[in-house]
Design a protein around this ligand. Sequence first.
Ligand code: PLP
Length: 438
Amino acid sequence: MDYAATTPLDEKVFADMMPYFSEKYGNPSSIHSFGEDAQEGIIKARKIVADFFGAKDSEIIFTSGATEGNNAVIKGIVMSRKIWEACGGKPHIVVSDVEHDCVLESAKRVMKDGLAEVSFAPVGSDGRVSADDVQKLIQPNTVLVSVMYANNETGAIQPVQEIGRMITRENEAGNKKIYFHIDAAQAVNYLDCNADALGADLITISAHKIYGPKGVGALYARTGTPLAKFMDGGEQEFGLRAGTHNVPGIVGLGSAIAQLENYKEKNKEIGRLRDRLIDGILASVSRSALNGSRENRLPNNVNMRFEGAEGEAILIMLKDKGVAVSTGSACAAKSLSSSHVLKSMGLTDLDAHSSIRFSLGRQTAQEDIDYVISAVPGIIEKLRGVSGSFDHSTNLSQADEKGSKGEGSVFLDDDVIDRGGLPADLGCEKGRQVDESL
Ligand code: PLP
């Protein structure tokens, strides 16, 4: 249950890619027929990706994934001569506090290198940014706002349409141009990515999050958006990104996008399984809580915290039972610091460290969900048994006594403590949730 980290390659995608490893192996920049065969694959994939964004083919730049796309956007905008000329000096950008590290680190890099001023937009306890908070950070020299579509750790869906409309109003009122970038890596499976509907100038995606191959992605850049060249060399990708194309990968990305349409029903089922998992755990594990908005949440994300139990330890015990989960972003899996996303939502270090993320996907079955629901209570009980921070006499953790409960949490009443095993109806009974405003 770690589909947010990556997804298995779809069989049809694999089949579509295969010829480009063998008989259609040509370099698409070559003029002979081998090159033309490869070029044909790229043209077809570019059209599929462009249609997905409601864009022109010339607005799609193939990359190695969302990390590259996001670096290219943040650095490419502030390194553009046109941007410096338009602001008459150092530009300013706004990114949200909960962006993926590849956005945050790129923003910090341009700030350190003196290429831009950066403001970080806060999130509420539900993990969501507000258009008002972003607007408050806009300055006369603001050239870019970057807010992700859906968070990779909490699945929180950001109000990107609202932010897009706010930016359009700002641009019209000030007769200026602030570009809007959306990192849609986690959203593509589930949400509409039409660039005009989102009010986006730049959108980044990654194939391996959508049952496509690793090492390939795309950047949508609206015509006229100034971007500095991000790979010097040849003239590939409209002169922005030099280097021989990853032809099988690009074909795979196109194919993965083409398959999305077939999974609309499956996605609804994934949403039902997500709810079953959330309700099942809340009903069977006392002092457990859902991190982030329940309502504005990707259908495949369940991020929960368990007082008195260490996330890493839960992960390892679940691994021993054959269940793959994560404590947050796969890219930060080896880092010991607590999640910047959960901390931004107001969680204490202790709460953030007691959190794990389950992420569901096309192969997740109800039996998998029920297996996890039956496995988690025993694991948490064991870990609480050895925890120094869990107050067993009151069944309150020390963290809770200090009032660290996040506002966006769904907590169970104490009377379901030690209910154990699978609850009869798996539904979280009404009235058991202290905070139902989510
Ligand atoms: N942005 C988000 C929201 C992600 O979830 C990820 C991957 O975890 C990335 C960017 C980086 O994507 P890639 O693995 O394609 O570099």
